[in-house]
Design a protein around this ligand. Sequence first.
Ligand code: C2E
Ligand code: MG
Ligand code: MG
Length: 758
Amino acid sequence: MGVKKDKLKGLDIRYFLLPLFCLIIIFAALTYFTLRNRVNERYRFFENEALSIADSYSHALVYSHEAYDIISELLSEKLIVASQAVMLINGNKDNEFLSELADRFLIDDIFLYNTNGEILYSNVDKYIGWKAYEGHPVYDFMTGNRDIYVEDIRQDTVSGIYYKYAYVKSQDGSFVQIGVLADKIHMFLGQFEFNNLINDFYVKSGVAHISFINNEYKVIASSIPDYEGMVIEDEGFKARISGQEYSTLRSVQDNQNVFIVWVPVFHGGEKHGTLSISWKTAEIDAEIIRVIHHGCLLLVILLSFMGGILYYAYRKNKSNLKIAYYDKLTGLPNNEYLEEYLAEEIKNIDKNKKAIFLLNCANIRILNMTYGFAYGDKIIHQIAGKVQSVLRPDDTLFRFGSDRFILVIDSYNNRDELIDLAQKLISIFESPFEGKTGHQYVSAEIGIVEIRDKNITVDKLLQDATLALSHMDGSLCDSIQFFEKEMEDAVRQEDTIEKALRAVINDDSRDTLYLHFQPKVDIKRNTVAGFEALARLHIDGVGNISPVRFIEIAEKRHLIYDLGKQILHKACEFIKNANENTAHSISVAVNISGIQLLRDEFVEDIREIVRTHSIDMSSLEFEITESVLLDNFDLINKKLGEIKRMGISISLDDFGTGFSSLSRLRELNIDTVKIDKYFIDKIRGENDSDLIVADIISMAHKIGLSVVAEGVEKDGQMAYLKKHDSDIIQGYLFSKPVSEAEAIDFLKIFETQASGLG
Ligand code: C2E
Ligand code: MG
Ligand code: MG
């Protein structure tokens, strides 16, 4: 649905939340990417660090191996030479001798063992008598097959000091052990031991844990001593460790988040093992949390700020919408809204039958004038409330102008349903509203338009509703009127007529307006008493317009005075022509509207016109209708007296149809009464007895008025009128209203016949 019933609901908060939501998304995305970058950077740093540690580690390993090999070799050579030398010396081998030998060969210990592995002699006294036992390296040599053996540097089992020992066996099974103090060398090489290296890196790099794992998945060295000797069982870990490339993993160790990098360590092109280096990520995690906290805080501040702005914009927009689309007094949707709403409703007439009611409160303007606008507003407010209370849920009420409302009927089945609702609305106005002066009655009327045409514009629809209001004919009820197509035609024609009349008034040479003349025959003297001038209007493309209609329009549109003057001019022209063309001077009756009579300048204007055409005042007669006298009897009567005094005679037209106060007839400044055709039509024959026409004639005569019978068509009617002493007869029996030339012809023929008769 395009236009909502409540415009303010159309102002969806979602449109305002959307930018806010987008902002959150953008902000969250920015935070996420920044965070991810920071974290990745950090992990990359860990990876690089791990690689560099591994690199250093493998270098250290290479150097340590090389150094060890060189030193070991040198010592081995020295020991072998010394051992052989000892073995070569025969004879007295005592402690002293051995001390000398040691000094000469620059060796630290020489032990001579017997075949049982007992030390017989030594340069160091204290060991004499020590015997090798099973499991001891000396024992192993003694029982082994080798004659010469150089041991790796090891701790002396008694002193705990590091030595490198060499053994040489003689043929009898006794043997010599020569040792070189290797404490310093051991210390030097110790630096290159896995564990020391590991610890060194551990201390320097600040990692959480570092281990070296050999190719058999055994932890060779670790910064956590407990791990040493452990064999990795986890297949996942094994897979990572066995690779030729480094790999990484985020995991949990000892209840702490860690980032592990496994880097293979190569030595001489061969993989020596894998360094496992773990970093605690607590710091990164803390940083992430910190960044998230800051982000959230910033977001909250930003959202509050933006939210504040958007809410303000929403409120502002809402109040603007309210001003633009709602009536301040009643709170009802206004004209602007109505236009949009109706435009949408028109599109949907396929779905439901739709209609509009134009409710007009007739006397609000008077209330405003009488009691002030505040009072009028108070009443309108009550009307809006009461009307709304009887509406059906789908129908929508709009305030349309100061004292009008439009009700849009969303769906209905038939006219009766509309009439019911309209009557319900009208009944609201039967009870009074609360005014400051007590009970206040308001009269209302409703124009109804059924929306049938999908192409109708809103403007046209409202126009039709207004038209319906102006055509209240009481056919339904006094206050309800449906719009009909003919009303539109009538209004359009009215407009055409108005335009034609204005053209006539502005340019009297136009023959749109002309006069026809109907003779009045004096049946007593058998002469043409005169003519009644009857105005005719012919509009090209429309045809002849009845004078009843165009006179009414001229009165309504305030054109009657000027039009009347034109008619008077034409009538005077006719008088002049007839007088010039016939033997007798004739009299012409002109119909005069009450509005003309009431104009101050009327008398002066008549004088001017009569003077222009150089005719006698007495050749003019004015016909006025009874209705004119209704409101302004005295004033009109005074005017009539003035006119009469000028020499123009006056007829009371359509006598008997309106306000017929016979009693006041006597006071009236008139000469003649024209009995309306309505009464003449009732005459069936000469001897009709139960008619009031005879009474009217006699009463008129009694007060000195002559009598014209209008609309006489039948001989019987004339016979009756003659019998009852009517003076003049006008009707189709003699002639219809005819053109000027025909009227003059009629006059001539009638005179000839009359003189013939006479
Ligand atoms: P009205 O003054 O009563 O004019 C008489 C009407 O009755 C004329 O109709 C005339 O044609 C008609 N009539 C006369 N005899 C017969 C008859 O035997 N049978 C029938 N059926 N009709 C007859 P018209 O010309 O249509 O005029 C109608 C009304 O228009 C006039 O009624 C008069 O009130 C008004 N009117 C006409 N011309 C003027 C004018 O110039 N000024 C003003 N203010 N009103 C005029
Ligand atoms: Mg008349
Ligand atoms: Mg008449």
